[in-house]
Design a protein around this ligand. Structure first.
Ligand code: TAP
Length: 453
């Protein structure tokens, strides 16, 4: 029996030992899920909805406990972790409305009529990364359960604690055994079995583009349905006609949220050259004002990185002669701390400008005019998120249409809203999660012809 010791990234102290699921145990869980799903799909839609609402209520009653677990096991500031646990509740509530709204169509055809049914896919495998263990779990789990699928979820090996607890809360809420299971373990063991096992009909993977490519080719062998949410290197585009004060004040939160370990991090700030100096003068105090420190403190805005290895990876982008314009603060002593760091000017071919760093490092680069802003934003294999700052409505729409990315905000640093579709262009992914249509990704459309002659 192998185990993993979860480490508190802020203290480097052990939090809890977790037993890792073996390949054989994964197969057994998938078979239990397949059996449970045959009953779950036949639970009356209204009753499935009630169970999802009961699940949301259980999560709501344990928000503080879940948040404290995330703070200890992942280093998320307690305010952020509380919001993340609340998002699990909200996403469950949102999709609890779906089972009673899964309508088919009636299509007139010669000699009879055709009706369509949205049939649940079956067993769904969710493979979750370590950066947002709770929200990302809920984005797949809630619509899949609503659609009548059973879910087998694999949290990241480093951050399994909240997913395990959410699995227990599902049972306490009355979800039948086997409908939602959480299997802590390694990607190369549990994740791979989910991809390979023929009873798993769909994989929802969130993680790196490299592992996503492997998963996609594994799914291809079984023609397995797949949603991929992958990496990003998004642009925050600031035009001279924008509210430059607001753009600069919010830019740190668009990239340093979750210590930059955020697929939506707008880690390339592009600023119209005529306001570059003004923007930089405003950005410096904003970066230095980010409160980095003890994640259990209520006013902390940024915690540590997830591990020593990841900190070394982030630091490798800020080599000795890197163009550090200015930095924020970070605690000394134990913990995987890294200060918010602004690089400028950076060459367009430098790894810090082109690669996903997944840490609190941002580049600032000037541009001239709309066309250059769009082409610089698009000069990336990724296309996940982005922000546009301008007071010109026409320009906001032109640039939003021109930037090849799945999720944009205008005059705002927000990124994910569970009411709206979320997903990436290009190598940032495949398919969409969230929003009103997400349940469709967990169903197949069946048409039935009924002869009337
Ligand atoms: P990955 O290393 O890709 O891991 C993601 C998940 O896949 C983990 O649970 C991992 O398990 C598992 N895994 C690894 N190898 C596997 C395999 N061969 N077969 C099946 N599963 C496997 O990513 P990460 O480092 O955790 O997360 C960071 C990346 O995720 C970044 O690129 C980030 O941009 C991306 N991300 C994207 C989004 C969206 S919504 N687009 C959101 C968050 C993060 P282990 O526990 O063993 O590692």
């Amino acid at each position: 029996m192998s185990t993993y010791t979860v480490i508190n990234p802020a203290t480097e102290q052990p939090v809890q030992q977790v037993t890792l699921t073996s390949a054989e145990e994964t197969d057994a869980a998938i078979e239990r899920a397949a059996t449970a799903q045959r009953r779950w799909r036949n639970v009356a839609p209204g009753d499935r909805a009630k169970l999802l609402r009961a699940f949301a209520a259980q999560v709501d009653a344990h928000i503080e406990e879940l948040a404290a677990l995330e703070t200890a096991g992942s280093g998320h500031p307690s305010g952020a972790a509380t919001w993340e646990a609340g998002q699990v509740r909200d996403v469950l509530m949102y999709y609890s409305a779906a089972p009673e709204r899964m309508f088919g169509k009636q299509i007139p055809v010669p000699g009879g009529l055709d009706v369509t049914f949205a049939e649940p896919l079956g067993v769904v495998g969710l493979i979750v990364p370590w950066n947002f263990p709770m929200p990302i779990l809920s984005w797949g789990m809630a619509p899949a359960l609503a659609a009548g699928c059973a879910v087998v979820a694999k949290p990241a090996e480093m951050t399994p604690l909240t997913a395990i607890r959410i699995g227990e809360l599902a049972l306490q809420a009355g979800l039948p055994e086997g409908v939602f299971q959480v299997l802590p373990g390694k990607g190369s063991v549990v994740g791979q079995r989910l991809v390979e096992h023929p009873l798993v009909r769909k994989i929802v993977f969130t993680g790196s583009t490299e592992v996503g490519q492997q998963i996609m080719s594994g799914c291809a062998r079984h023609i397995k349905r797949l949603t991929l949410e992958l990496g990003g290197k998004s642009a925050n585009i600031v035009f001279a006609d924008a509210d430059v004060e607001k753009a600069a004040a919010t830019a740190p939160y668009a990239v340093f949220d979750n210590a930059g370990q955020d697929c939506c991090a707008r880690s390339r700030i592009l600023v119209e050259a005529s306001v570059l100096d003004k923007f930089m003068a405003l950005l410096e105090p904003a970066v230095q004002g980010v409160r980095v420190g003890d994640p259990t403190a209520a006013d902390t805005e940024m915690g540590p990185l997830i591990s020593a290895a990841h900190r070394a990876h982030v630091a490798s982008y800020v080599h000795a002669d890197a163009p550090v314009a200015f930095r924020g603060s970070a605690p000394q002593g134990p913990g995987y701390w890294y200060p918010p760091t602004v690089l400028a000017p950076v060459a367009a071919d430098s790894p810090a400008y082109t690669q996903e760093i997944f840490g609190p490092v941002v580049t600032v680069t000037p541009f001239t005019g709309e066309d250059e802003a769009i082409s610089m934003a698009n000069d990336s294999p990724y296309g996940l998120s982005g922000s546009i700052w301008t007071s010109n409505v026409g320009r906001a729409i032109r640039v939003a249409r021109g930037v090849e990315t799945g999720n944009l905000s205008v005059n705002s640093h927000s990124s994910v809203r569970y009411w709206t579709p979320f997903g990436g262009f290009k190598q940032s992914g495949l398919g969409r999660e969230l929003g009103p249509d997400a349940v469709d990704a967990f169903t197949e459309i069946k048409n039935v012809f009924i002869a009337t002659e």
